[in-house]
Design a protein around this ligand. Structure first.
Ligand code: SF4
Length: 471
């Protein structure tokens, strides 16, 4: 692991308050998910259905995206394609400039985090006002989200109350969750009036009908998508699904897996700008389709399963590593198990390959994933890609973590295991020299005791006990 990642892990482990907040929140979400799926048979058949829908979407991705562009355009939605996050930012900027907007109302969107949109707009003198309560909290605290569905999950009520007291000193102090929510609503909603442009994410985009589906609990998404004249929706290209009748299954899986709710408070189905005779809604809707490395992931038949993800965060909530570290330790937009397979592929193994190593491979993530992404298998595959010399791999940075000494040792070991005489001679020799064995083998022994070699190999001990080599 890189020193930077190790230091971040060390720092996260020392933050007892944050760890306590995350632990409590994770326990709550795990319990709610369990209660939301009381019937294991129903749960497993829903997961089969969800996995099949998402597998079909990924398999037909290029064709569905073309259909989506056609149907959206037919509905009056202006479709833009962005190769990178920087391209997507420029598209947003162009739309805002054309609309004469110097501020934007934002709904929660992980893709906009991936683009670094807020920082980019700030550099252009445009203010991005978050509307999701969790996003407002972390924006006031100048922090990054630590969880993909609950960005401020690492903060407790007292911390949020102190933050609000600091930023809104002329408001009556709030302590209870209801009071804090009401305070945020009062203060922020005043600022939201008269905004020209709003931006949201997309949970699913339906190719068949050109419909953008957006789920949320606070009504803030609806605020962003209906109040301003211009609505910009940003989505990763993998969020497309073929048909409208596939959406209910995915919504059921998403909300139950994410927060244990049977359905979210708001389900927005956006199918175009305001039509003649309609009283509200934007007069222009733009859809930005962001690739940012997803086509490369799509090119690998096994790793492309990563693109099935519906961003429910169940894998994170059940991950023992995430629960102990929290999201900030990963230093990436997507933390936890999904981040550990997605980020190394988006940013390359040379930059983020160590994330695939920070896993115990316990398999809890795969057991709960509603669309059955085999995360441990993909982690292993990425570990292999990181040291592989295979020339044809589409994975960015493949082979970049290969160490000559380490690969030499493994080659020697593999040769020895394939030659019984050499194996016996080597284990004999190591047994004799065991007193010279180093007790420290960093970084392994930083957190583990070095295993002691046995004086005699198991093979020799078995033979001495009278067992024969032949059955
Ligand atoms: S990998 Fe699976 S469990 Fe994790 S966020 Fe994606 S869909 Fe949810």
């Amino acid at each position: 692991m890189t020193t930077e990642f190790r230091l971040a892990i060390g720092a996260a482990l020392r933050q007892d308050r944050v760890r306590g907040n995350i632990r409590r929140a994770m326990d709550g979400l795990v319990t709610k998910r369990r209660e939301a799926f009381p019937d294991p048979q129903e749960r497993e058949s829903l997961r089969d259905e969800g996995a099949a829908i998402r597998a079909e979407s990924v398999a037909r991705l290029p064709e569905l995206l073309e259909e989506l562009e056609r149907t959206c355009t037919g509905n009056g939605i202006q479709v833009h394609w962005a190769e990178t996050g920087a391209d997507a930012n420029q598209i947003v900027l162009g739309i805002l400039r054309a609309a004469g907007a110097n501020a934007i109302l934002k709904g929660k969107s992980m893709v906009s985090e991936e683009m670094g949109l807020n920082e980019f707009l700030q550099r252009q003198g445009i203010e991005a006002l978050e509307t999701d309560l969790g996003e407002i909290i972390i924006q006031l605290a100048h922090e990054a989200p630590s969880h993909i569905i609950a960005p401020a999950i690492h903060k407790d009520r007292a911390e949020v109350a102190a933050l609000f007291r600091k930023h809104f000193p002329d408001q009556p102090p709030a302590q209870q969750i209801e009071e804090l929510t009401a305070l945020a609503r009062t203060v922020m909603r005043e600022r939201f009036r008269g905004m020209t442009a709003g931006l949201s994410g997309v949970n699913f985009a339906v190719a068949e009908t050109g419909t953008l589906c957006l789920v949320e609990n606070e009504g803030n998404g609806r605020l962003c998508t209906t109040l301003p004249d211009v609505h910009i929706a940003v989505m990763g290209i993998e969020k497309v699904v073929a048909r409208l009748d596939q959406v209910p299954t995915l919504l059921t899986l998403l909300t139950r897996s994410a927060t244990g709710q049977p359905i979210t408070t708001y389900v927005n189905m956006i199918s175009g700008p305001r039509r003649a005779g309609e009283k509200d809604g934007p007069t222009a809707v733009h859809l930005i389709l962001l690739d940012n490395g997803r086509s490369r992931i799509h090119a690998d038949p096994e790793l492309s399963a990563t693109l099935r993800c519906i961003r429910c965060a169940a894998c994170m909530n059940h991950c023992p590593v995430y629960a102990r570290l929290g999201g900030h330790a990963y230093g990436t937009v997507y933390p936890g198990p999904i981040g550990s397979i997605l980020e190394p592929q988006l940013q390359g193994l040379a930059v983020r390959g160590e994330m695939a190593e920070a896993s115990s491979l316990c398999g809890a993530c795969a057991e709960v994933c509603p669309v059955r992404i085999p995360i441990p298998r993909l982690l292993n595959r990425l570990r292999y890609e990181a040291v592989s010399t295979r020339a044809a791999s589409p994975t960015l940075g493949h082979g970049s973590r290969r160490l000559v000494v380490q690969s030499g040792i493994w080659r020697l070991w593999s040769w020895t295991c394939a030659h019984p005489r050499a194996y016996r001679a080597l284990t004999r020799l190591l047994g004799l020299l065991r007193r010279l064995q180093p007790t420290r083998l960093p970084p392994w022994t930083d957190t583990r005791e070095a295993p002691r070699l046995a004086p005699e190999s198991l093979h020799r001990q078995a033979r001495a006990a009278g067992f024969s080599d032949r059955a």
